[in-house]
Write a protein that binds this ligand. Structure first.
Ligand code: GLC
Length: 425
């Protein structure tokens, strides 16, 4: 029905290809970003499986000796981006300079999708990648385990949901004193009203300075750093990654790895319990330092099904909450409940719709049998892209596009799911 959009989506991925790795969009994000790359692999898999594997391989090349896959890989210096490699000063012993934090491990689950598209083709690629996939999930469980085993982020950027209100209280406790003058580059590319505020940015930079002074000792940063918050999205995405990796380990006959992962998954209920808010009927972030839960309903809560949570009481209430959020949003899924006074339709992770979050939430919903809600998310995603193009994210109130244009993950999610070419939903 819309082959031109299918073609445009593929053309965007090709245009954002920098030779084995894909940038999220030209200009605003000129490097390889971790979860963006996972999703780019998903997009490439729809028309070039070899290139899709290559995306995961280049990302894995930047893995640190401690197992972490960093959130930005600096293969080439670009003065148009801040904070760049010299500010982070990280990844010294790895193959490439990088940032000093990670991002939700979407890429692990993409390895399973790629493998299952063609197991014979994928087997040697997977076997070569497996040690690094396992080391990364082990790193999360070792260096990022919080209360109940929920997964901590040590910088808002580590969540991938930079300015979500989930972090407001914890970020307010981070001192921005001593942050010297710097020039933001993001606001030169897009309207500052769509980006994090100056006060938030100062604290982001303060946290980078703290990590750098700690020599990017990732375990110590989680234990002692000024910011450690359990993130429902990272927790659920890692649970999903673990399930997918367990299946892959079994496919390769790696029984010991499969057992190790299964033991962690047995404790998934404790992590979910640590994040559950009875007051809000949703999973919320939890400040590891104060023990306080965040007071907002973000789209992250609805990744519970994607993560495999199936508690009839809790997920029943979560569904009631989801329906209320869907009802309040002309176009779903908003990153923050529109009934929240902090809701801001165009400011990044404080309101806008993100197509790839819709895809993950809808996958989980469909797997749990909630087909009507999954279909709503798909229909909305399709309409948003048809109406506004392949934008970074969308305004849930009027459907307009915002942030960067010609965005890799929006193109990928179109090709893999939102396009009418996919009948299965
Ligand atoms: C922003 C987003 C993050 C993404 C990056 C590149 O920082 O919040 O999720 O990975 O841009 O697209």
């Amino acid at each position: 029905m819309t082959p031109d959009l299918d073609e445009r989506a593929a053309a965007i991925l090709r245009a954002n290809d920098r030779g084995g790795y894909t940038v999220p969009t030209a200009g605003l994000y000129p490097y390889q970003w971790n979860w963006d790359s996972g999703l780019a692999a998903l997009g490439f898999a729809q028309f070039d499986l070899d290139r899709a594997w290559r995306e995961l391989e280049t990302l894995a090349e930047a893995a640190w000796p401690n197992g972490m896959w960093p959130h930005i890989v600096f293969r080439a210096d670009d003065p148009d981006y801040f904070p760049g490699p010299s500010v982070w000063d990280a990844g010294g012993e790895a193959a490439f300079p990088s940032s000093g934090v990670s991002q939700p491990p979407v890429a692990i689950s993409m390895a399973r999708l790629l493998y299952e598209r063609d197991p014979e083709f994928g087997r040697p690629r997977l076997a070569a990648l497996m040690p690094k996939l396992l080391a990364w999930r082990d790193w999360f469980r070792r260096d990022r385990a919080g209360h109940g085993g929920a997964i901590l982020i040590t910088h808002p950027w580590e969540s991938g949901r930079d300015n979500a209100p989930d972090w407001d209280a914890a970020l307010a406790n981070v001192s921005a004193e001593g942050v010297g003058p710097y020039t933001r580059r993001d606001t030169a590319h897009v309207d500052p009203a769509m980006r994090p505020t100056r006060a938030e940015y100062d604290r982001y930079i303060a946290l980078v300075s703290w990590g750098r002074a700690a020599g990017w000792d990732t375990g110590r940063i989680a234990r002692e750093g000024p910011f450690a918050v359990a993130d429902p999205a990272t927790t659920f995405i890692l649970m999903r990654a673990d399930r997918d990796l367990m299946a892959l380990a079994e496919a390769l006959g790696e029984a010991e790895a499969a057992r190790r992962i299964a033991a962690d998954l047995d404790r998934a209920g404790d992590a979910a319990a640590a994040l559950w808010s009875d007051a809000l009927g949703a999973y919320v972030a939890r400040d590891e330092r104060t023990g306080r839960q965040a007071d907002c309903i973000s789209s992250a809560a609805f990744l519970a099904w994607y993560g495999g949570m199936r508690d009839p009481n809790r997920e029943g209430r979560l569904m009631t909450t989801l329906r209320a959020v869907l009802q309040a949003a002309p176009r779903a899924l908003p990153s923050l409940d529109p009934r929240d006074p902090r809701f801001d339709a165009r400011r990044y992770w404080r309101g806008p719709v993100w197509a790839f979050i819709n895809w993950m939430v809808a996958r989980g919903l469909a797997e749990a049998g909630h087909h009507a809600e999954a279909a709503r998310l798909r229909a909305d995603t399709r309409a948003l892209i048809e109406g506004a193009g392949f934008c970074e994210y969308f305004d849930p109130t009027d459907g307009s596009g915002a942030g960067g244009r010609e965005f890799s993950w929006t193109a990928a999610v179109w090709l893999a799911w939102a396009s009418p070419a996919h009948e299965e939903g």
